[in-house]
Design a protein around this ligand. Sequence first.
Ligand code: CO8
Length: 260
Amino acid sequence: MAFDNLLLDRDGAVAIVTINRPKVLNALNAQTLDELRRAMLDLGRDDSVRVAVLTGAGDKSFVAGADINELAVQTPTSGREHALTGQHVFDVIENLGKPVIAAINGYALGGGCELAMACTIRLAADTARLGQPEIGLGLIPGYGGTQRLARLVGKGRAMELILGGAPISAAEAERIGLVNRVVAAAELMAEATKFAQQLAKGAPIAMRYILSAINKGLEMPLAEGCLFEATLFGLVASTEDMREGTAAFLEKRKASFKGR
Ligand code: CO8
């Protein structure tokens, strides 16, 4: 499938999706969001893809937010629709059933920070800057930022970042738990791909259930989340991969998972 604003690459079981509008620092316009939705749904359905890496073109920006040209002319109705559409795309990414690693290669602002937060794991270049600067535009986050940021870093820090609007460094983002790990900018894609290849060796059905148990379980009371976990634990016992994984351990060999 060809896209105007995305580049798609493959490295074995790892798909690399690059948002490609470097002249506007990879800002997300409606077309790019729609391309992202279609590309991610395709990757979700493709069993040969086990992990995706999402990044931005160029060395300056991951995504510098929603495209402000489109925001400037929105109406109450179109603004609501636009927010819901973006939230849907980010939900697709969060619930893809396979890990999506954000390789944050520069600015991750507004919708860009929200996009990174919808990913499973975030690696950031040491040059990256992250934040929710919407307040400076007279806006609020609209792609789930008020919700995901508070869940990731806690209410007080989310309030500070969203009310204050000032971006933070990659090191500070790591300190508060907004990104998992910071690496040298020149090493970012190599590190992200290496990490993705490592994750890609995991049993795919177990991965899908882990994602589901954490994503859905966090929305449940603890007892219900634990019951959900136990149900998925039981289900995973029906897989060939569980038999292979446990047999491989007992036979002192490496497991080879088939996703069955
Ligand atoms: N939208 C459109 N164009 C952008 C955006 C953007 N978000 N960010 C940068 N650009 C453009 C600039 O206008 C400029 O274009 P041109 O060359 O034609 O002048 C080009 O990219 C390069 O940018 P700069 O010259 O500004 O580069 P600098 O290195 O000087 O600055 C910054 C980099 C600090 C990242 C700066 O570009 C900036 O502040 N950008 C805007 C960041 C921002 O406010 N992002 C949040 C947007 S709001 C949002 O994301 C809401 C999400 C929820 C929406 C919900 C649906 C309704």
